[in-house]
Design a protein around this ligand. Sequence first.
Ligand SMILES: C[S@@+](CC[C@H](N)C(=O)[O-])C[C@H]1O[C@@H](n2cnc3c(N)ncnc32)[C@H](O)[C@@H]1O
Length: 236
Amino acid sequence: MDIIKSKKTAAVLDARLLAAASYVRHGSLVADIGTDHGYLPIYLILNGVSEKVIVSDINPMPLKKAVENSEDYGVRAKIIPILSDGMDNIEKSGYFPDDIIICGMGGETIISIISSSLSAKMDSRRLIINPMTKTPETRKFLTKNGFVIKDEKLSKVQGKIYTCICAEGGTQTAASEEYSEVELILGRINIRKRDSLFEEYRSEQISRLKKQINGMKKGRLDTSKLEKTLKEIIVL
Ligand SMILES: C[S@@+](CC[C@H](N)C(=O)[O-])C[C@H]1O[C@@H](n2cnc3c(N)ncnc32)[C@H](O)[C@@H]1O
């Protein structure tokens, strides 16, 4: 974690967490799920974005660390620590946050947290998520379950590219977005924006697909669909 603690009054986040912070709406009730160190909530409070932040983790040790860090930065009174598997104990405690941050976890865990959360599906809720694995599956889950991906932001930390997805919706009546295979892999908005990290992101996905295809070929599996997608990504 590249965090510069120059003073205990200023928390500087790395580019991945800054991307997440940029999607938090001023004055909203925020929950940071799987907070670990708690630096993102501390940043939001110190920068006047959030009055109070629900700081949550499934494990007691990271939550304790987040509370200690909040004390070091003088914002202990502004965090609400809750030990919780996903949104479970947060909602049981009567909190239904507006902005739900789930960063630095695998796509499957993120999908499972969103699926079992009541708040995530309520009106005007915003999901701010940064999957470390299974990003195409996460985009697919969102677009098939009534969420609309409003924006995506690429970031690079220690040579690794990350994407942060900002999604809203999730009501049963919301229309599903139809994403092509290429859009699931690269992100429709990333393709549209083509920011400075896009080419690197595209190259990483091409390498990942090639590896996947080679593995499938060894297992004598049909790779035609994946090869078609790979070609489309190469010529994009
Ligand atoms: C790699 S850390 C990410 C920390 C921070 N969110 C970030 O992006 O830098 C993942 C954290 O998620 C927590 N976690 C894993 N599964 C969880 C779940 N189902 N509910 C809440 N927290 C979870 C872990 O205990 C760990 O502290």
